[in-house]
Write a protein that binds this ligand. Structure first.
Ligand code: PGA
Length: 258
């Protein structure tokens, strides 16, 4: 199943632990003129920037009226409480976010995130009205052991457990093979597309063909201006979740203007 549906591309900047509020304001001021033509482009992109939490007020002020949306990089599933260091969905919304990145492999690898905690966060984000960017992907060892599809299936089904079809439809999925994140080793467009097709087939089994055809699936892992076109030429790749190359306004604008 490929592309008869007009899925709108989405380019999301995942800044991770980079930039201060002043650097955030400067980035957005520099980005805006570089992506001004996007709105009139043949295939306009949704543009999302996920700065660190302390930069959200500066980002919200700088992005106002530009069409650039903001995302949190993580959140807790509870609405409030004694959870030192955490933020809630309502706090992200109040700070101007429409999206939240959940289940990023760095959260899974370094901060004990599991499919079960990702699942709780997906439910909480959706209940609050945030659009989750739900990340999944296999490690190199899993790929070499031929386990890629089994891992993707498990992460997808456990992460989205209990979501109603209408809720699942809201989610953006980000396929990020762990071996490609920050390593300079992008998956080839064909390898990425194969995983995207597999995920879309699983989504069709879970939620129906129409829902799966409408679902946006992003690729992430060493996306750069020189490899974006090949990735976006694949009918099942609907955009990118970008780390390193999203820190520079010129490079991120080149991705938006692919
Ligand atoms: P990268 O990161 O573009 O630096 O590989 C992608 C991500 O972790 O979302």
């Amino acid at each position: 199943m490929t592309d008869s549906s007009p899925r709108r591309p989405l380019m999301a900047a995942n800044w991770k632990m980079h930039k201060t509020p002043a650097e955030t304001a400067e980035f957005l001021a520099r980005l805006q003129p570089l992506v001004a033509a996007n709105r009139e482009a043949a295939r306009p992109c949704d543009i999302v920037v996920a700065p660190p939490f302390p930069c959200l007020p500066a980002a919200a002020a700088a992005a106002r009226g530009t069409g650039i949306e903001l995302a949190g990089q993580n959140m807790h599933w509870e609405s409030h409480g004694a959870f030192t260091g955490e933020v809630s969905a309502a706090m992200l919304l109040a700070a101007g976010c429409r999206y939240v990145i959940l289940g990023h492999s760095e959260r899974r690898q370094y901060f004990g995130e599991t499919d079960a905690t990702v699942n709780r966060k997906l439910h909480a984000a959706l209940a609050a009205g945030l659009t989750p960017i739900f990340c999944l992907g296999e490690t190199l060892a899993q790929r070499e052991a031929g386990e890629t599809e089994a891992v993707l299936r498990e992460q997808l089904e456990r992460g989205m457990l209990g979501l109603a079809p209408a809720q699942a439809a809201v989610c953006v999925i980000a396929y990020e093979p762990v071996w490609a994140i920050g390593t300079g080793k992008t998956a080839t467009p064909e390898t990425a597309a194969e995983a995207h097709r597999y995920l879309r087939r699983r989504l069709a089994l879970l939620y129906g063909e129409a829902a799966a055809a409408a679902q946006r699936i992003l690729y992430g892992g060493s996306v750069k201006p020189d490899n974006i076109r090949g990735l976006m030429a694949q009918p099942d790749i609907d955009g990118a979740l970008v780390g390193g190359a999203s820190l520079d306004p010129q490079a991120f604008a080149a991705l938006v203007n692919f």
